[in-house]
Ligand binder design. Structure first.
Ligand code: SAM
Length: 284
């Protein structure tokens, strides 16, 4: 899969995989189109765009020719102390993890390989039988959840349906629109040896019936990243998580909205931010 290293706010993600890239054509035109899209979204959401881009691309950002590294610096939002994995999950350091297709990823949307590894280690350690993921995308996290969960586990993963009309259940400024509905959804688990453990669910997480397949032992929240969605997804997760289960959020530290919502929940339950990742883990 080609790697898109163009700096852009999250909201441009839909353009990245909507198929325009696959149609090939003139690379310069593609770059100009992306640039135009990013500029017009930034113009409509200047404060959010500034907060997202300035620390990474402004004059005081550390210089590096590595776009992946540049994206990961200044994961500075959120008030939680970052803790090593083995401080949060004692004994996890001796866990072996199965990693599936960890480099088959879209850098702006998929978790990093080390985050996938952290999720896999958590699942190996906690042995959840019922897993819920919000935000399937191409199924990289889904297939890795399934690969590391016990043999009889079931992984439910929710994404916007193919043919989704473009209207979110809650208000979403377009800079936060990371919707990726369509035929790519879940492609990494479909046809894999773990497909039998996975059930694809379709819907908007703000409108979906979370109770239908509950309860869950492990819930991963990585869908829409506005503050309102992070709050709503977490409230729903709290209702359907089993006693002793965990809630994991992606993008803690990197996205202000997600970080603010998680910080608020950290006042009412134990939440740990994991060092070297954008993962936060809540123990309701
Ligand atoms: C960041 S990607 C998930 C990445 C995936 N967890 C991984 O690392 O491989 C976010 C996904 O959430 C989906 N999404 C966005 N808004 C949503 C919503 N309101 N309800 C359900 N899914 C949503 C998008 O379509 C997209 O596929």
């Amino acid at each position: 899969m080609p790697v898109d290293s163009t700096p852009k706010p999250e909201g441009e993600a839909r353009t990245v995989w909507s198929g325009r890239k696959a149609r090939g054509g003139n690379r310069v035109i593609q770059i100009l189109r992306r640039l135009k899209n990013a500029v017009s979204k930034s113009a409509r959401n200047p404060i959010t765009a500034w907060k997202m881009l300035w620390p990474r691309y402004g004059p005081f950002a550390p210089r590096t020719p590595d776009p992946e590294f540049r994206r990961s610096i200044r994961w500075s939002f959120g008030k939680l102390k970052r803790e090593p994995m083995n401080a949060v999950f004692p004994g996890i350091e001796s866990t072996d993890v199965r990693i599936v297709s960890c480099f088959d990823r879209e850098p702006l949307l998929s978790m990093s390989p080390s985050e996938v590894m952290a999720i896999g280690a958590m699942v190996r350690t906690l042995k959840p039988r019922r897993v819920l993921e919000i935000g399937t995308f191409e199924g990289n996290t889904t297939v890795n959840l399934a690969a590391n969960a016990p043999a009889d586990a079931r992984v439910y993963t929710l994404d916007l349906p193919p043919g989704w009309g473009g209207t979110f259940g809650l208000e979403v400024p377009d800079i936060h629109d990371n919707a990726a509905p369509g035929h790519h959804t879940g492609r990494q688990f479909i046809g894999s040896r773990y497909a039998g453990k996975v059930r694809q669910l379709w819907g908007d997480s703000a409108q979906f019936d979370w109770d239908e397949f509950s309860p869950f032992d492990f819930i991963l929240i990585d869908g829409c990243h506005t503050y309102e969605y992070a709050l709503a997804d977490t409230r729903n997760a709290l209702r359907v998580v089993r006693p002793g289960g965990v809630i994991v959020w992606h993008d803690y530290g990197m996205l202000e909205d997600v970080s603010r919502a998680v910080d608020e929940f950290a006042d009412e339950m134990k939440v740990h931010a994991i060092q070297g990742t954008r993962l936060a883990v809540g123990f309701p």
